[in-house]
Write a protein of this length. Sequence first.
Length: 396
Amino acid sequence: MATVRALQGLRLPKGIQFLGKLRRGYASESTEFPVKVCGLHRLESGPPLTATLTRTDALHYHREMFVIREMEREGKDLYRQKKIRGFFHSFNGQEACSVGMEASIRRDDPLITAYRSHGWTYTRGVPVREILAELMGKATGCSKGKGGSMHTYGPNFYGGNGIVGAQVPLGAGIAFALKYKGLDNICLAIYGDGAANQGQVFEGYNMAALWKLPVIFVCENNKYGMGTSPERASASTDYWTRGDFIPGLKVDGMDVVTIREATKWAADYCRSGKGPLVMELDTYRYEGHSMSDPGVSYRSREEIKKVRKERDPINTFKEKIIAAGLVTKEELQAAESEVGKEIEEAIKFAENSPVPDKKELYTTIYCDSDGLPVRGCDPFTWGVHRPRAAQAGGTS
């Protein structure tokens, strides 16, 4: 009853309303949330300014974002222990991007992104243990241990791509296939501000506009391309307008509900046959470009602290859903504790998993051609191609 009395006397932030009577210690099963105004380019109207958030959705979005953050935090520790080799590009700070977008598209809508892909891999449906196993190069990983940090794959998820900007024309190609086959799916082609000046990005724009392809080009503007700010790299930093002849949206990339509603609106636009859209997500990465970058040589620690304090996607969302009475602080704490245990189990699974057999080098090179001889690392070593990787527990 103490919780109920506290909620009854709570003064809510402007734009948040209770819908229903207080019961079971929280206010209602759903609440009207404000959607932040999006920038519009070549559009007469955009996403709605309010959205209904259910209690179930609130708990789900919080949990998904927290899983990603904890997974990335543990991943950094595993990298420092040299259990993860090569590269590691942390998604911390950008959790709302993948969670919000995934909440508004269909599971069979394809998605392709760059090498900062762990969060997207998870929201596409790949379990944490398969992601961590892949980062450790284990046979149970989502790419059978052959992809590592930058090349994670899953159902209707085309990576994880290491070449800067290359996923954008690939995304246009996936969208072309969707239209060619007469499907009503859309494709999300995601890239960063550091890739936004690549020529191939604009070639992808052009073809998508010519053929009215069902693709949303999503620029995750996390404020730094490696160590370079957009202002130092781009003559125009309005990435949402740089499709020129393609309509665009600028969206607060730290607000999961705003992202959900903007993506839902954009998806409906593309599915209706109107062609592509460019969407800029105004977000922020807390860590350096990769583990070799401390992330404070080109920006101040104060800048990072300010974003964490004022715009953190998890903390600000928690405050809103507690204030709105959808959940209690204790419920969220319990959920976070449960996530911590799941991550621990995932780490044990990955650590105890085997490395790939050498035969895996000859699998999934082609989509078919079973039994085709494949040359190894020298002219005297040959293997036999198999179109599907041996099932070792990972995602096929």
